[in-house]
Ligand binder design. Structure first.
Ligand SMILES: Cc1ncc(COP(=O)(O)O)c(C=O)c1O
Ligand SMILES: Nc1c(O)cccc1C(=O)C[C@H](N)C(=O)O
Length: 394
């Protein structure tokens, strides 16, 4: 047994989250793609069967009330809230991340008011945020300023209306400084929208603590909600009365069943709703969130850093020098829960890794991306992934 195999064994034996793995449907594959699609929590299939068979099949229309369908968006929002450091009543679940980016960004510009006509966006963002920001800018008469995150603070000014940022960069895994950037945006008198897709469920976010204005995120990565599971929108409670949604659908009305021609926004988080919620996906997500019972985000963060540290160490040992270059920061305060390795022929290398039972993903043009979900990835998985990568590149 190599010393790294022995270390992996020790680390797994001491891992307080190790038992969580049994709550997921997994096989012999090393699954390092939970930052794209989280694994299936084992309780979800039976729950979905009940929602379809009993709630829909037998109760039919009664389920909107009796099965809690109507209030699911805010109820599940409250279940996500502690995972991102938010008090109840500020998160609503529904729509996709893209749609929530649109709602949040346009609402932020509307809050900023007259004279503020610039939207700043992370130039390295996951593309959908950039596309939506461009359209939101055009619709609101703003100028769009794409800048790299390290330059955001230097472009803020009295014309800045809103700033759209990613907590963790989807490609490099870099963790951005949410408290400092939020404070800088506020000092300029503007509003910030954070995209939490790659941080929620992997590390503490502290939305309330750091005074974040608006945030969005998906639930199919570290929250394991399933393919296309609904996203969420956070609007800080004191901003809710001023949240003027650009998509004021009937579900966000103060009295949806009043069927009134005039729009009157609902108070609180439901103001962020749009149309009829996608109940099947939403209740699958609600079941998936049960794996978080009794789990602290701090313990998840501690394990995530231990996993990525160990992976970097194993890669250094097993992979021939110069074959890969890590794009992920070494400093813990700058690292999310993934490791991105630049590698020649990365696309083909990832295909071979998958054939050998190590599933990460490839991101153009040259990145091997490995996501570490602390609830079900162990240290032996990490050692095996790096060893197989080393064998392929030797
Ligand atoms: C940072 C980020 N934002 C948004 C999205 C996607 O948004 P949507 O849920 O609308 O597909 C992703 C991944 O798909 C992402 O990584
Ligand atoms: N949302 C995805 C999808 O519908 C299909 C394939 C991948 C995804 C992803 O989530 C990609 C992911 N946001 C990324 O960081 O690359």
């Amino acid at each position: 047994m190599s010393d790294l195999t022995a270390r992996a064994k020790e680390l797994d034996a001491a891992d307080e989250l190790a038992a969580k793995r049994a709550e997921f449907v997994l096989d012999d594959v090393v699954y390092l793609d939970g930052n794209s699609l989280g694994a299936l929590p084992a309780n979800v299939p039976d729950r979905v069967a009940d929602v379809v068979g009993r709630q829909w099949g037998a109760l039919r229309i009664r389920s909107w009330e009796e099965s809690g369908w109507w209030t699911a968006p805010e109820r599940i929002g409250d279940r996500i809230a502690p995972l991102v450091g938010a008090a109840p009543g500020q998160i609503v679940v529904g729509d996709s991340t893209s749609v929530n980016v649109f709602k949040a960004l346009v609402a932020a510009v509307r809050m900023a008011g007259e004279g503020r006509d610039e939207i700043v966006v992370d130039a390295t963002t996951f593309p959908t945020d950039g596309y939506i920001a461009e359209s939101a800018a055009r619709m609101t008469g703003c100028r769009l300023r794409p800048v790299v995150p390290s330059e955001v603070a230097s472009v803020l000014g009295d014309r800045t209306a809103a700033v759209l940022l990613n907590h963790v960069d989807y490609r490099t895994g870099r963790l951005h400084d949410l408290p400092a950037l939020t404070a800088a945006v506020h000092a300029a008198g503007a509003y910030v929208v954070w995209d939490l897709c790659h941080s929620a469920g992997a590390l503490p976010v502290g939305l309330d603590e750091h005074g974040v204005d608006l945030a969005v995120g998906c639930t199919y990565k570290y929250l394991n909600g399933g393919p296309g599971s609904p996203a969420y929108l956070y609007v800080r409670s004191d901003l809710q009365p001023r949240f003027d949604s650009p998509l004021p659908g009937w579900n966000s009305h103060a009295e949806p069943f009043g069927m009134r021609p005039e729009y009157e926004p609902a108070p609180g988080a439901p103001r962020g709703r749009v149309g009829t919620p996608d109940i099947l996906s939403m209740l699958a997500l609600e079941a998936a969130l049960e794996v978080w019972d009794g789990v602290s985000v701090e313990s998840v963060r501690a394990k995530s850093l231990a996993l990525t540290d160990f992976f970097l160490e194993c890669v250094e040992r097993y992979v021939p020098e110069g074959a890969v270059e890590s794009l992920t920061p070494v400093a813990h305060e700058e690292r999310g829960s993934q490791v991105a390795l630049r590698c020649q022929g990365a696309d083909a290398v990832m295909k071979r890794l998958v054939e050998r039972g190590v599933v990460g993903d490839y991101r153009a043009p040259d990145v091997l991306r490995f996501g570490f979900t602390p609830l079900y990835v162990g240290f032996a998985d990490v050692e095996r992934a790096a060893r197989v990568l080393g064998e392929l590149l030797s």
